[in-house]
Design a protein around this ligand. Structure first.
Ligand SMILES: [Zn+2]
Length: 476
């Protein structure tokens, strides 16, 4: 393990974030600015995320497919808003095979265009609908200001692209996936999120409207953690994808797209980590239990390891690792597993063997307890569940403590410059006020929450009438 001293969060949150990643060996910067090398400890978290999400997508009727990385330049130009939104960050291949290409090729920043090109051949009749497809892939969006996992030029993600016969069916799809994302964030990542609609200026380029889930990080900033887009008939019209409905009429197809990315690994780090490093929620930890045998001589070693192997024989379903490295002291090993964010540590020494017990140490609270070898598997499972719930509750408490209903513009600024957080304020709905607030305070409308009680009031910027509060915050 790298010997990295972790800066305290209150000293410099941004340095802390970088130190945590280095200490846990999650990722490195690459030779090309903005690119990221995901190391095994980081990739293991992503793999767990993929498995859980993939299962949820399949349960809701989706299938995986794969579309090419390279997209003809002309494709992106077919949907006007889409190209305008993505042009500044698209990378282009102009030369290949020793010569200049006739038509430059875009490296996908997202795959709507190439997928809708294919859907034109796949969809003829209402019988071909709905088409529910997901792709696991990498995309490239050129970034000037990069940060590992949160903002990188190349990142890994999944992108769902679905086709429907009606506007309402497409709407239902965006809401179904929004719910899947919310459930994943809260049940697996232990990160509470607010689901809602994006404002016009924050929606996806080419969408009719966009839904989002927004999480709060420990510095009070928001992290957009997943989005679902209702694309209406925009891409069907751009790529001329029509279907014959039940009455024999030709109609353009309705579309959705949706995605989450490796940015979620950053969310886990920033929502749960402490001054000792990352804390991985048990459901996303490959190693859920690190077992450190303690012994002073060969005789003790043999006895303790024998005891450990007896105990571990009964740990079905728990991801554990026995740390029998000879060259490190137990103290050093404890420190390593803490930095790696493993949720639970088991310590076993000669005295424990005599008493038929082990020591369990929780990563989230630091709490240590002696527990009997009898029913050990159930004890550990119970403790992992408690850690999973505990992390969620702690993050929810933090969000509550850093959420404020604000009706005074001066106070609005004051909070953002101070402790930060989510500000629930009234907004009249005008793009002008939204922009003014952004210019004045660097805060954006994170979302117009769905499923919250509506309450009339006056716009925080202009004083005009507003139907409900929206969530403002500074964001990553
Ligand atoms: Zn206003």
């Amino acid at each position: 393990m790298a010997d990295v001293k972790i800066t305290k969060r209150e000293v410099d949150y941004s340095r802390w974030y970088g130190d945590v990643i280095a200490a846990a060996e999650l990722a490195d910067y690459a030779p090309v600015k903005g690119c990221m090398i995901i190391r095994p400890n980081g990739y293991a978290i992503w793999e767990k995320m993929q498995r859980a999400l993939d299962g949820m997508f399949k349960e809701t009727g989706h299938e995986n497919a794969y579309f090419p990385l390279l997209i003809p330049e002309s494709f992106l130009h077919k949907e006007a808003e889409h190209v305008e939104g993505f042009a500044p960050e698209v990378a282009t291949v102009t030369h290949a095979g020793g010569g200049k290409l006739e038509e430059p090729l875009f490296i996908r920043p997202t795959s709507e265009t190439i997928i809708w090109h294919a859907y034109r051949n796949w969809i003829q009749s209402y019988r071909d609908l709905p088409l529910l497809i997901n792709q696991w892939a990498n995309v490239v969006r050129w970034e000037m200001r990069t940060r590992l996992f949160l903002r990188t030029t190349e990142f890994l993600w999944q992108e769902g692209h679905t086709a429907h016969a009606t506007y309402d069916e497409a709407e239902q799809e965006t809401l179904t996936i929004l719910e899947v994302y919310k459930r994943f964030a809260e049940d697996f990542m232990a990160v509470p999120v607010i689901a809602g609609l994006k404002s016009e200026s924050e929606k996806f380029a080419g969408a009719d409207h966009t839904y989002t889930i927004e999480a709060m990080m420990q510095d009070g900033k928001a992290l957009q953690s997943g989005t679902t887009h209702h694309l209406a008939q925009n891409f069907a019209k751009a790529f001329d994808v029509k279907f014959q409905d039940e009455k024999g009429q030709l109609e353009y197809v309705y579309a959705t797209s949706w995605g989450v990315s490796t940015r979620l690994v950053g969310a886990v780090i920033m929502a749960h980590g402490d001054d000792k490093g990352i804390i991985i929620p048990p459901k996303l930890a490959t190693v859920q239990l690190a077992i450190v045998p303690i012994f002073r001589n060969d005789e003790q070693k043999a006895l303790v390891l024998e005891y450990v192997s007896r105990l571990t024989a009964d740990l079905d379903g728990i991801g554990f690792k026995v740390d029998d490295r000879e060259q490190y002291s137990p103290g050093r090993k404890f420190n390593d597993w803490e930095k790696r964010g493993v949720p639970l540590r088991m310590e076993v020494g000669p005295k424990d063997l005599e008493k038929g017990q082990v020591v369990l140490a929780r990563r989230d609270t630091g709490e240590k307890s002696f527990v009997s070898q009898d029913g050990l598997r159930e004890t550990i499972t119970g403790m992992l569940d408690a850690i999973q719930t505990g992390l969620f509750d702690r993050a929810l408490e933090f969000r509550k403590a850093h959420s404020h209903k604000i009706d005074d513009y001066a106070r609005f600024n004051e909070i953002l410059d101070g402790e930060g957080g989510f500000l629930w304020s009234h907004w009249c709905g005008s793009a002008g006020c939204e922009e003014r607030i952004k210019n004045d305070t660097k805060a954006t409308i994170r979302c117009i929450p769905t499923g919250e009680e509506k309450e009339a009031g006056k716009c925080i910027a202009c004083g005009e009438g507003s139907e409900a509060r929206v969530v403002f915050g500074r964001a990553y």
